[in-house]
Design a protein around this ligand. Sequence first.
Ligand code: PMP
Length: 422
Amino acid sequence: PLPLDVEAIRADFPILSRTVRDGKRLVYLDSGATSHKPRSVLDAERWFYENVNAAPHRGAHQLAEEATGAYEEARRKIGAFIGAPAQEIVFTRNTTEAINLVAYALSNAATAKEPEFRTYAVGQGDEIVVTEMEHHADLVPWQQLCERTGATLRWLGLTDDGRLDLSDLDTVVNERTKLVAVTQQSNILGTINPIAPIVERAHQVGALVLVDGAQSVPHQPVDVTALGADFLVFSGHKMLGPTGIGVLWGRYEVLDELPPFLTGGSMIEVVRMEASTFAAPPQRFEAGVPMTAQAIGLAAAVDYLQALGMDKVEEHEKALTAYALEKLAEIPGVTVIGPPDTVARGGAVSFTVEDIHPHDVGQVLDDLGIAVRVGHHCAWPVVRRYGVPATTRATFYVHTGYDDIDALADGIRAAQKFFGTV
Ligand code: PMP
């Protein structure tokens, strides 16, 4: 049996009771792109709009006060989920915006008039380090930072079995490095990366470390103290929460010395016609009326995940991944891209099917009611590295059962039959 009670969990997700493609059960294997939402998350957002609906941190009325309380309670709860105090939690729109926030803060630092904001300035001669495994969201903002500042982008490569190649860590990360950005779990290979040696080397040379937790925070226990990095970013919509809410966790001392990214209301201290000063974190990084309902929805998602237990969620997906790797290995012509075993590997399984384009595989699966992702998965350099044009990817979550994986394996066989490749 699986660690989680899949039938009971499925009953909590309204969307899983709908059918697709003429009455077929929805086999949803695309949680890595976005996850479905349990009823408690939908209810929390509705509760906010029906009962409170005011802009937090503004207004003297009762609704505004209640909105502030609920929004700040969400911040506290989401912080506690990753072992962080509320003041280190900045709400953003998603992972992408959280990474852009940091990238723009580092270039804004170079021209900041306040000396205390210049600590982490990036400029000519400096280096930013990423990996060849990054999602475009953790690659393009750093390329752009380098273009704005004259810094140089460097990267750690990959091994043939889909892991980070750390053999040249000490030369790639060096005295010129200002920041290292690395994903904790690859959205395409499923690889779970060793963060500790990267943090150790980066801190040895005085560089900051940003961990992309978009695919790790939803699926395994993550504690920022144990992680040791300076920033952790993730998206609500991939962890049972709403779209339009993401998180930037930053070590307070670091956040405190960063200039803002977006400016406007709520993020200021004193405003005069000539110039303004800025509030302390996290407000400094939250310009404008925030995503209040979404933050409250995300807090409900955190409650839901915590009630299941993140250890159990992780074990559940490990069992499913082992089963999927075994089932796919039984099908001739199927090649998994990424680590071949479940050691340091999460529930994202990308594969190719000999002589059938991934889009065609996806289409046959879709006809059977099976939702997967096909393409380069916003990690183009990864598919290029492994010499394939694209892959088909199945990703798992708390409502995924062995029956979903059996359906996937049967669907791949149906595609092979349809295209006459077996
Ligand atoms: N990083 C990784 C590893 C991801 O998988 C994703 C989403 N596919 C992102 C970043 C970007 O997340 P979002 O689109 O929610 O900003």
